[in-house]
Ligand binder design. Sequence first.
Ligand code: MG
Length: 400
Amino acid sequence: MRADAVVVAAGVSRRMAGVDKLMAPIGDRPLLAWTLEALAAAPEVERIVLVVASDAIGAIRAAPWLPAKVDAVVAGGERRQDSVAAGLAWLDASAPASIDGGAGSRAGRDERVVLVHDGGRPAVTPALVSAIARAAAEHGAAIPVVPIVETVKRLEGGWIAATLDRSELRAAQTPQGVRAGLLREALARHPADGPEAWTDEAALLEACRIPVHAVEGEPTNLKVTTPDDLGRAELALLGRRPTRIGYGDDSHPFGPGGPLALGGISIAGAPRLHGHSDGDVALHAVADALLGAGGLGDLGRAFPAGPATPRGIASRELVADSVRRLAAVGLRPVQLDLTIVAARPRLGDSLDAMRTAIAELVGLPTDRINVKASTGNLAGAEGAGRGISARAVALVEPIG
Ligand code: MG
């Protein structure tokens, strides 16, 4: 038997804080590449149509990671069903190289299985793709389902109205497979541009009373919708949580007034560092390293010295915000190493307090934070006591 696959990847990643989840790197290639490879590795799949946002078509057609089985990259629509319809239209217009049941015959076309798969499910196995293709060929339509582990409640106005019998409930995954003839029949009754919104293909088939066979899905076949899911997908595909490092470096001259803000604490009797913020050069290096590890640019770009960043802003806020920006792309700090270079004041007695303050700021135990100080060995502005500099290295990992 032969199957065609429509991969829907046109949705905007609304829950991913503006990051295109399908292009998020997992190992050495984007998430979408993993999805396509898994489908292409199923021997039943002959052609893949990839449906993407219209402004992404050019870049994706030129992508080096596109498997050979991807025959077309076409523009999708606002809703999932619009994108599925766009993929089907391409398949209908393009005669496959070989058709079971006779070259180009209507019967042959109708018997062919169409698999619809979410672009954001990269950890599907080729074995599940094959199982769905074969089950759809045999039964007309088939989808993968998994048991629901949590107890499921029905709500009414914010209150629990009932507990549902979860032994009868399943969560639906993709790929969802259906013989092309049945799908065409369903779409003739409920055109894709009609008022109904289907959250999956099975819902459309159910509305047409077309029986859908349930196949055991895979717990690892998760749909990546939130930043945390990216970490889970990495774990499923790579078997590990890849870490990333960042480096931060900053220096500030001493200015008028005091006390000195350094490493998240206040040191009385020492002059303050000059700067748009409170001048905490150590926290600037930390924030810079965190942003660097997340591929989020640098502190100057994240918090430009202007009206958007209040004068005298506590650098603790810059670090806290950097941690939030990391979380928005699915990452969290793992470890920090910080070196402060200052001839004055003497910092030896303050390092433990800095360590505690920074640990609290980034949400890590103190043993993951290291703070060192050097006098600058009489070299440079720091050694001469005209300012303080700091360098930090940050290790981050996927959340989830
Ligand atoms: Mg600075």
